[in-house]
Design a protein around this ligand. Structure first.
Ligand code: 4NP
Length: 153
């Protein structure tokens, strides 16, 4: 099973989701069954490590973020089984690169996996403070647990 997490810059939200999901798979002994990656709809930060603030907040929860930023490309629809986007803009930008409805159906909004959160999107923490980074981690924590449940039964 191949899972790709997508946000705008691929330096905050999607690297966090990738790291949290990898950590969860390790805890459950399921790492071998999954390929996990992340990407950004923009290439602004291509080649960069995750934002140091995002890495610090994740690290305090025992989660490392191995991601190097890269841009999402249409070919990702051929490679990945599921593509988890962080907000509506990510959804739209990925959807317009899909070849057909079958590819479009691979898109899942992370917020739809977070029934205990009122947000309809994972809020972009880039221009905000510490609370925003914590909120991202809280949301993707729940979302990743529910994602694994959905994919693994
Ligand atoms: P991300 O956050 O999409 O969660 O990685 C952002 C990172 C950088 C920018 C915007 C959002 N930016 O405008 O550079």
């Amino acid at each position: 099973m191949k899972v790709l997490f997508v946000c705008l810059g691929n330096i905050c939200r999607s690297p966090a989701a990738e790291g949290v999901f990898i950590h969860l798979l390790e805890k459950r002994g399921l790492s071998e069954q999954f390929t996990v990656d992340s990407a950004g709809t923009s290439g602004f930060h291509a080649g960069e490590r995750a934002d140091s603030r995002m890495r610090d907040h994740a690290s305090r929860r025992g989660i490392e973020l191995p991601s190097l930023s890269r841009q999402f490309v249409a070919k990702d629809f051929n490679i990945f089984d599921w593509i988890i986007v962080m907000d509506d803009s990510n959804f739209k930008n990925c959807a317009r690169l899909a070849n057909d409805e079958e590819q479009k159906a691979k898109l899942i909004k992370m917020a739809d996996l977070c029934p205990n959160f009122s947000e309809n999107e994972v809020p972009d923490p880039y221009y905000g403070g510490a609370a925003g980074f914590e909120r991202v981690l809280d949301m993707v924590d729940e979302g990743c647990i529910n994602l694994l449940e959905k994919l693994n039964g």
